[in-house]
Structures are given as structure tokens and as C-alpha cells.
Write a protein that binds this ligand. Structure first.
Ligand code: FNR
Length: 186
């Protein structure tokens, strides 16, 4: 059966480099479908908003997560840490803690920055947060895209760097394999 991979971008910026990178994945394999899972309309996490049931943007967000076989998060780093918008989305997805829609979901992490360290710090934090939520994060592999502004055509909003394309293609191949081989430990 055709697999569906959800794409979450941790940047809300219209011309986001990370969104361009995420979009580039969608052309790489005919055998998988991609679905954007948007986070921009989620309210700031507040336990009071859960009383009587989740508000509507949260319900759709959680359903979207439930409907995909795996999720790739493509996110920038802000001040050596995770994007606030992404953390907010993960906090919503983590609830209720015993039956989170992200629990045991295969997840891959990618990050891009015009800087030199490729979002290494934010990915470490994100990994730690996801582990606390029992997410099945693709192990070992890291995609840290530095100097991203030299690797994309910002006008056309496409990835142009061939080496990065090949790297992402390989990563995607591994992620697709991971979806079928995540641990079954409880
Ligand atoms: C940044 N940026 C940044 N980059 C980085 O590699 N490490 C960092 O710690 C930070 N910190 C940071 C803080 C704030 C408040 C801003 C606005 C930016 C630069 C960041 O990588 C750059 O703006 C990217 O272009 C953001 O990603 P998108 O929106 O292009 O996907």
C-alpha cells in the first residue's frame, strides 16, 4: 500500500528555506504520498483550552498526524534552540500523554539554516523532546543543511544543490525503510 508521509515545517515564514527543503522531498519518490501538516493556526498551548475537548485547529492537527504513516519535521533553529512554533505543536500533539497521536510514530528530522552549524542544537533538543513522547525517531541519521541560501533558488522556491538533493534522497529512502522497521518494544 502507498505510504503517506506528513511534512511539518517549523518555520511560519512565507519564504522559508526549510519549507523549500521540505517541498523538495515531495518530488523524490513516486511510491510515497506527502501531506502538509500545518501548525500556524494552533493556539498557544494552554491546558485550560483542553477542558471540554480540544479546540478545532488542534483536532484537525491531531487527525492529520493520525492519518499518516510517518512524519518528517523540517525546521529552523532559533537562538540555538527549537522553533517556538514547533515546540507548541509538539506540546499539543503530546496530549493526552498516555495516548498521544505521536507515540510510536516514525519521525525524521531535517533542518536548514543560512548559518554554518545546520541546526545541530535545535535538532538535539527536538530529539530529546520527541524521545520523552515515545516517538520513533529515525536513529543515527542527521540532515544538517548549512549555508542553505546558496543551495536553493529563493525566487523559484526550489532546491538546486545536487549534493543536497542526493543526500535528501538517501535520507528519504532510509526513512521509508524505517516506517516498516520501527521497534515494537513497549
Ligand atoms: C535565527 N537564525 C539562526 N540560525 C542558526 O543557525 N542558529 C541560530 O541559533 C539562529 N537563531 C536565530 C534567531 C532568530 C530570532 C532568528 C529570526 C533567526 C537564522 C535562521 O536560521 C534563519 O532566519 C532561517 O532562514 C530561518 O529559517 P526559515 O524561515 O528560512 O525556514
Amino acid at each position: 500500500m502507498t505510504k503517506t508521509i506528513g511534512l511539518i515545517c517549523g518555520s511560519l515564514r512565507k519564504n522559508s528555506f526549510n519549507r523549500i527543503i521540505a517541498q523538495s522531498l515531495t518530488d523524490m519518490y513516486d511510491s510515497v504520498q506527502f501531506r502538509w501538516i500545518e501548525i500556524k493556526d494552533l493556539p498557544l498551548f494552554n491546558e485550560d483550552l483542553e477542558v471540554g475537548g480540544d479546540p478545532e485547529p488542534v483536532t484537525s492537527f491531531k487527525s492529520a498526524i493520525q492519518e499518516v504513516d510517518g512524519i518528517i519535521i523540517v525546521s529552523p533553529e532559533y537562538n540555538s534552540g527549537i522553533s517556538g512554533a514547533l515546540k507548541n505543536a509538539l506540546d499539543w500533539a503530546s496530549r493526552p500523554p498516555k495516548s498521544s497521536v505521536l507515540s510510536k510514530k516514525p519521525v525524521g528530522l531535517i533542518g536548514a539554516t543560512p548559518g554554518g552549524l545546520g541546526t545541530a542544537f535545535s535538532q538535539m533538543q527536538t530529539r530529546q523532546i520527541l524521545e520523552a513522547m515515545q516517538v520513533h525517531i529515525l536513529p543515527f541519521q542527521k540532515v544538517l543543511i548549512s549555508q542553505v541560501h546558496e543551495k536553493v533558488d529563493s525566487e523559484q522556491k526550489v532546491l538546486t544543490d545536487e549534493k543536497t538533493k542526493r543526500y535528501l534522497q538517501r535520507y528519504l529512502q532510509q526513512f521509508i525503510y524505517w516506517i516498516d522497521h520501527t521497534p515494537i518494544l513497549d
